[in-house]
Design a protein around this ligand. Sequence first.
Ligand code: C2E
Ligand code: CA
Ligand code: CA
Length: 280
Amino acid sequence: ALYRAKRRGRNRAEFFSAELQAEIVTAKRVSDDLLAALDNNEFIAHYQPQIDATTRDIVGVEALARWQHPLRGLLTPDAFMAAAEELNVVATIDRMILEQALAQREAWALEGVFVPRVSVNVSARRLHDDTLIETLRALDIAPGTVAFELVESIYLDERDTMVSWNIDQIQELGIDIEIDDFGTGYASIVSLLQLQPRRLKIDRQLVQPITGGDRQRQLVASIIEIGTSLGIEAVAEGVESWEHAAILADMGCTVLQGYAIARPMSGEDFAAFVRSQRWR
Ligand code: C2E
Ligand code: CA
Ligand code: CA
């Protein structure tokens, strides 16, 4: 019995080290692949519609990064964002996604699919970039057609003069600032005054429970009210059912995004989706 236990113990140790080894090999492969992927333009944007809570018209799309991996297929950010951060290339991915989204919006327009606004996620690092505004100017963005979704870690840097200058200039260019994942970090409410965003996006962790109880609903209603009282529109993410949609619309939330309307999809699929009008 002792012999067996020892054997098992040894096997387990071998098993763990083999697993660890495999993990290291995988991580290394992801980083090598990722650098090649940037050169090969394997990062593509997928698009998730955002609708007006009352008319159900499409008011915009959120562009979300995907990696079209030659062997592993289509990957979502959880498979590569950590590695991208490690390699310091998130800002590069952000820039690629913005450029694609702008080109896609024009391509859709030529096909008769009008998308008023594209939203992109912007990492904190990009706001430290002293060439950001120059880069954005060169893109000739029409005012009101682009929104930047910023996460809360950015406010911690807000006193950084580069960051606050960039944020001012972004707004000056007619790009809307939105606070992403609102309600999940402690700086949220302060950021409403500091950043004066156009919209706040209520995090899906707060949105999903609203069908479950009065208190959950009241919390979201209060957030919407705070925003509205400051002239900031509320966007709900993670809207997974039309019951959620109805409750949110009732509370004065103006924009809805979530699986109830559609999952993120390729630009081509999005054009077909709009033509189908199937979310109405
Ligand atoms: P996020 O900004 O909060 O984006 C929304 C995420 O929620 C997306 O996941 C979307 O597919 C998912 N989602 C949408 N509707 C629903 C719903 O009804 N239910 C549920 N459960 N989920 C829903 P995705 O595409 O996997 O992106 C994950 C995160 O990766 C994003 O979270 C964002 O933080 C980051 N990300 C994505 N693209 C970019 C990018 O281009 N740049 C940067 N810096 N970050 C990105
Ligand atoms: Ca987002
Ligand atoms: Ca979120």
